[in-house]
Design a protein around this ligand. Structure first.
Ligand SMILES: [Mg+2]
Length: 366
């Protein structure tokens, strides 16, 4: 399968469980001496190895291409002219918590006035597109629901893309956003916040029943995660034939408050992965499901997209996996010293302080 050189991500994603399973068993983050990031993610593992393989095939001389260090953005005008679509991560790029980052409205207006398509992508699955639309509105930003792609929407879109049977149910470990998107897509579901208060009373002979018509378990960030949900999701995945295990993301940490980092969606996914011994299909960043979806929906070439984000292991990898240009902004979780740390192997094409540096165009420097 790999000998074909360039293999589309969607094929690797959708049809190669054996490939991803075997890749996920590789214990080291180094492969034949080359660092492969995100090996714990089978989707990205496949993508990484395919890219690696492509480079090997393409180069003939079998020289591994090492990505050059990121450059400070000096000519924003040139970058803007070179693409037709900007995909923005939200937290750390557009806003921080509930505060808008300086200069964002003017920057988005300028890009729209230059005819650029704007898309907003977030791994946060706690809200639906509609709920995110309200957040943009509250912050005074004119963004339509159609421009917003949250991983809650991606989970429902993925199920639609595989024609998930409408007579099957989805068990949700996650918050309201996932339920809303599943409902909009016409899927039956159970779980979610409703199971947040459920407890298990372990007495002799106790057996938890589960719904045998559950055909998919969707796991996202869940502040009300508990042992009931772990056991229920585990039973569905282990005992219902063909039951899918879908993760909205595997983010290690998230930023619930500005005082520290908090355990992210990856912790809930890890629990279910641990009990089922299965790896999930990841629909959020850095998996390219959403990128493929966007490219199809808007009929755009991925080379005509610039991915703008504040995280290397999700946003920048997402852009690179999709074959897009990438811009790291330092207005979120990544500092310049983190970017330039010798242990960091993820290098965007450009970096700058914040997206409003676009306004100073040719003068934008870090
Ligand atoms: Mg972010």
């Amino acid at each position: 399968m790999l000998s074909g050189g360039r293999l589309s991500v969607s094929v690797a994603f959708a049809t190669s469980p054996n490939l991803t399973r075997s890749l996920s068993k590789i214990p080291s983050s180094r492969f034949l001496g080359h660092k492969i990031s995100y090996f714990s993610n089978p989707v990205f593992s496949a993508v990484s190895l395919v890219k690696w393989n492509s480079r090997m095939v393409d180069s003939k001389a079998a020289n591994f291409t090492i990505r050059a260090s990121a450059q400070p953005l000096k000519n924003a005008d040139e970058l803007i002219d070179s693409v037709e679509t900007f995909i923005f991560d939200c937290d750390g790029v557009i806003w921080k918590g509930d505060s808008l980052i300086d200069g964002v409205p003017e920057t988005l207006d300028m890009l729209r006035s230059r005819g650029k398509r704007l898309v907003f992508v977030t791994n946060n699955s706690t809200k639906s597109r509609k709920q995110y639309g309200k957040k943009f509105e509250t912050l005074g930003l004119n963004v339509s629901e159609e421009e917003i792609f949250a991983s809650s929407f991606a989970a429902a879109a993925y199920l639609k893309s595989i024609n998930f049977p409408k007579d099957k149910k989805v068990y949700v470990i996650g918050e309201d956003g996932i339920l809303k998107e599943l409902e909009l897509a016409g899927f039956q579901y159970l779980g979610g916040p409703e199971d947040g208060g459920k407890k298990i009373e372990l007495k002799p002979g106790f057996l938890m029943e589960h719904d045998e018509s559950v055909g998919a378990v969707v796991v996202g960030f869940d502040r009300y995660f508990n042992y009931y949900k772990i056991q229920y999701g585990t039973l569905c995945i282990r005992e219902n034939p063909g039951c899918l295990f879908i993760a909205t993301n595997r983010d290690a940490v998230t930023h619930l408050t500005d005082a520290q980092e908090w355990a992210g969606g990856g912790s809930m996914v890890g629990a279910i992965s641990g009990s089922t011994q299965r790896e999930p299909l990841v629909v959020g960043k850095p998996s390219t499901f959403m990128m493929d979806y966007l490219a199809n929906k808007f009929n755009i070439l991925k080379s005509q997209i610039c991915m703008v984000g504040d995280r290397l292991d999700t946003d920048i990898l997402f852009g690179q996996n999709g074959g897009c240009k990438t811009l790291l902004v330092l207005s979120g979780v990544t500092s310049l010293s983190m970017l330039q740390n010798p242990n960091n192997s993820i290098q965007p094409d450009f970096y700058t302080n914040k997206i409003s540096d676009f306004l100073s165009l040719k003068a934008a420097t870090v």
